[in-house]
Design a protein around this ligand. Sequence first.
Ligand code: ZN
Length: 277
Amino acid sequence: MKIRPALALSTAALAIGALAGCAPAATTPATTPAASASPSPGASADAEWSYRGSNGPEHWGKFGAACENVDSSHESPIAIDTSTVQMGTAAQKVVTHYAPAAFDIENNGHTIEAIPEDPAADSIEVNGKTYELQQFHLHASSEHTIDGRTAPAELHLVHKAEDGSVLVLGVMLQAGPASTALDEFFSSITTTVSEKGTPLSHEIDPSALIPADGMSVQYDGSLTTPPCTEGVRWNVYLTPVTVSAEELAAFTAVYPDNHRPVQPLHDRTLTEIPSGV
Ligand SMILES: [Zn+2]
């Protein structure tokens, strides 16, 4: 087995302040970019990153140096080729400590995000370290690809540990039976961009948002939105979760295309976390 490099967190990772996309917390201080103040997606093209045009992913370097992919970059998302993975260990398995909890929903100008009212209410444990759930949000289509396949959408559950390290669970969403857990989330999606979340009336159990079999791939990557900060551990599940076509449409009506293209793997190793490890 290859030795996996330690998850090296730069000071930049500790200063992640972006509200949007894969950034960990809506409550982080000071360095909030203009993202939250954007009146509508794409409306302030000169000042705000976007998924297309002159501020699209190929130009994100002006919003964060790490977004400029160079030979040493460890950026996300990536194309996952399951034929190349190394076998992981039991300690790498994601142990969830999830329970139904209250969430606020917010359209932050780049995605729809659900933010727990108490981050300590839902956490995960990996390699003995506890990460609290900061928020979850969606991308359409999926950001990661699995063996060349793109899913209609991808759910990111962003977690942060006490030391500032970030771990994101990625879940592919495909059309099928509706998600009861996300029913109110999807029906509450609004086109109004706001820094302030709106409380959902029903609690959400994040356990219902991840596939039961636990089969996943782990690797070291980055935020998939500017400033594209590296030092982020990813755990991408291989089995999709279903949402209804109507639920998907409620999201894509507002965000038809908010995914970053796959980035080069470079020297990274993918680790397989099999079911039942
Ligand atoms: Zn994301």
